[in-house]
Design a protein around this ligand. Structure first.
Ligand code: CTP
Ligand code: CA
Length: 227
């Protein structure tokens, strides 16, 4: 159930959201990917737009209808996502990274489709992708700008302890921690989460539509925006 009247409390604010999941090419027809649907990112985009924000979404392989009234940039791989975020981050009051970014990519993507040869295939050598969220924090510190930076983490066990450690490691302001596994979160409309703040705050968001979690995230972001 949505609330009644929507407060345009993000009017004049620019927000950047990454959504979906990256795909790392193995050859022209195959990739390493993940199950992220983009639903949580698009819910954040719709709710921010409804609250008056100027919204840009960097969407990695999202197969959902485009959210209305937002600037949409489509990408495929983690490196493309990193480049798009780098191009769009300046002037954003808040950046929310919901995208599931592949941690590793194949060192080489074959130019032609890999064929069976009758012998065991060569192993796929991997290299680590840039950490986009941590990079946003480094850029903010370097530039001395006020930007609220939010990460998302899916954890299967020790959800809060893992989340706290990850928040500290990334240096972001808020980390939204989802419990996954057993059919939770990926590709579903409902999501249960705990939002950890760098200031030590813990906000539990009960199971409900991804729109409700999105609105709670924007509430917490709005509290942290200057002015
Ligand atoms: N993230 C990112 N760039 C990466 C990996 C992750 O920006 N290369 C962002 C995600 O968008 C998310 C947050 O970091 O907002 C947490 O992602 P997660 O995969 O949980 O963190 P990792 O540091 O990759 O840790 P893990 O080893 O648990 O996967
Ligand atoms: Ca990861």
């Amino acid at each position: 159930l949505r609330r009644g009247a929507v407060e345009p409390d993000l009017t004049g604010k620019r927000v950047l959201i990454s959504a979906g999941g990256t795909r790392e090419a193995i050859d022209p027809v195959r990739f390493i990917g993940n199950h992220s649907s983009g639903r949580q990112g698009y819910a954040l985009a719709r709710t921010a737009a409804a609250r008056g924000a100027d919204v840009t979404v960097v969407a990695a392989n999202v197969g959902l209808p485009d959210p209305a009234g937002v600037h949409l940039v489509r990408v495929g791989s983690a490196v493309e996502l990193a480049e798009a975020v780098e191009a769009e981050r300046a002037g954003a009051d808040a950046v929310v990274m919901t995208a599931a970014v592949a941690d590793f990519r194949p060192v080489n993507s074959a130019a032609s489709k890999i064929k069976k040869s009758g012998t065991a295939p060569a192993p796929i050598e991997l290299v680590e992708n840039p950490d986009i969220l941590a990079g946003l924090v480094v850029s903010r510190e370097r530039e001395g700008t006020a930007q609220t930076i939010v990460g998302f983490a899916a954890e299967t066990d020790d959800v809060i302890a893992n989340g706290r450690a990850k928040l500290a490691r990334k240096g972001c302001d808020l980390l939204v921690v989802n419990q996954v596994g057993g059919g939770k979160a990926f590709g579903t409309d409902d999501n249960k989460a705990t939002v950890l703040g760098a200031d030590g705050t813990v906000v539990d968001v009960p199971t409900g539509p991804k729109e409700d979690l999105a609105d709670r995230v924007w509430d917490l972001v709005a509290e942290r925006l200057p002015g």
